[in-house]
Design a protein around this ligand. Structure first.
Ligand SMILES: [Zn+2]
Length: 293
């Protein structure tokens, strides 16, 4: 073999090695990012199903804010608030159970039929509120979430907001988590977490548990109503709310702090049902009865 041929063969082997290395490098560049993104999505999936599981006995009642005779507001596509609140309540409850099966989830009603009696047919709204409030307080849950949708003559108005007691740190914190989760979708805008101080709301002020009434967007706003009725948005919004509750409960797995309803400045003690009256009010009432007789 002459010198020239040997040189050529040496050169060919060298080129083959370089091409081999380049191919390996190229494959690595393609495969590695794919592997990383798959790893990331698996850990995200795990986060949505596992991170919220804690050992706990806490319970939550979810209240679809309307039902039966009371349809509530009407959306621009003629869907009634009572139908939407029921859909959202059931979905949020299901999602909470998915995230942490240890949380006891129940509802004030699960169909359009409401389980409480309307004794005073002259004031249906008052009867309805009393029925809801009594049902919740009888079950004495750790949390109450009452779901509503907003409406206004000004159809450009949009966004969600909530009402909690001024001293209810639990509901205030949970609302902050809800805002964080809805921003991450992203969906609509936060119009604030309002205190019921000076704006009495029976389902917040006359319930022992940390209680939040949420107005989940404006049905009178075309865009917002369409989004709220869209399944994909509904699933994301419900999961955002469920995650907020499960995050708070994971951080506070113990029973929640109940309020002494009779001490709430928004409440007229005499108007309370017997089981919510303080011992003082009860004995004062007894004294008055005695002096009258
Ligand atoms: Zn409502």
């Amino acid at each position: 073999m002459n010198q020239k041929k040997r040189k050529k063969r040496k050169l060919r082997t060298w080129v083959k090695v370089v091409i081999g290395i380049l191919i390996v490098l190229l494959l690595w560049l393609i495969v590695y990012p794919l592997y990383q993104s798959q790893k990331k999505s698996t850990s995200q999936n795990n986060e949505s199903t596992e991170n919220y599981v804690v050992d706990t006995d806490v319970s939550i009642i979810i209240d679809p804010g309307h039902g039966g005779m009371d349809g509530g507001a009407l959306s621009s596509s003629n869907k009634s608030e009572k139908d939407l609140t029921l859909e959202y309540a059931l979905q949020i409850g299901e999602d909470i159970k998915k995230l942490n099966p240890n949380i006891d989830v129940s509802y004030t009603h699960t169909t359009d039929e409401i389980p409480w009696e309307n004794v005073n047919s002259l004031d249906y709204a008052l009867d309805d509120l009393n029925g809801r409030m009594n049902l919740v307080n009888d079950q004495d849950p750790d949390y109450l979430l009452s779901i509503h949708f907003n409406s206004k003559e000004d159809k450009s108005e949009y966004g969600y907001e909530s009402y909690v007691r001024g001293d209810d740190i639990a509901s205030d914190t949970i609302y902050k988590y809800i805002v964080k989760n809805l921003d991450a979708i992203p969906w609509s805008k936060n119009n604030g977490c309002w205190s019921t101080e000076g704006y009495p709301l029976q389902m917040v002020d006359m319930v022992k548990a940390p209680s939040m009434l949420i107005e989940l967007g404006f049905l009178t706003n075309d865009k917002e109503a369409k989004e709220l009725e869209n399944n994909e948005f509904k699933e994301k919004i419900c999961m955002a709310i469920a995650k907020a509750y499960c995050q708070y409960i994971a951080e506070h797995p113990e029973a929640s702090q109940r309020q002494d309803v009779s001490k709430n400045p928004n409440v007229i003690p005499e108007n309370l049902p017997d089981n919510l009256k303080s011992e003082e009010t009860k004995s004062e009432e007894n004294n008055t009865d005695n002096s009258q007789s």
